[in-house]
Write a protein that binds this ligand. Sequence first.
Ligand SMILES: [Ca+2]
Ligand SMILES: [Ca+2]
Length: 202
Amino acid sequence: MTRSGNIHRTTAGAAAALGLCAALAGPAAAAPGPGPTPGGAVAGKTEHCVVHLEDHGKRTCHAGFREAVEDATGGRVTDAPDDPGKAMADPNVLDRIGATDGPRLGPIVLSIEFEHIRFGGSSISFTGTHECQSGTANPEFSYEDLNRVGWNDRISSYRLFANCLANHYENPAWNGVQTGYQATTEYIGDLMNDRTSSLRWS
Ligand SMILES: [Ca+2]
Ligand SMILES: [Ca+2]
């Protein structure tokens, strides 16, 4: 199947959305603070945000992980454990978050990125229009600068969904050191821990 139309449209949409996000960024995005050490104590409250790439990069944040999962899945999954680590260890919950077909599906969850190792601390979920299918030569979704959502140099672990792999880049606009396209990991590794500034999914 051909998917290039979607690829280009989505990438452009995500890029266009960044300006919007910057304009709308509230207090929640203003103070990411120094990157916490893996597994370390969280300075301040945890927060669980969702960036809807399928909706011009619209970002919403929640105090609880359960609410964030409900948001990211378009209301499909309303009963995820509020403890992200517990949720990410529950195969049934993971299956439902990662569903990519069904009636009135809504947003597709691409990945959930976490502040700490082992899916701990605050989180930011990215959603898109479809599951990843094209291999890694042509990234299907991208996010140019995590500064705009208060997530620069914070990511320590992530869980991928929807057949996607993610590439994590040291600098905005997909520059600098990168992880290469990787599946779920409970630790991003010493090279890129607390260094990610932009993302691609494919
Ligand atoms: Ca971190
Ligand atoms: Ca960086």
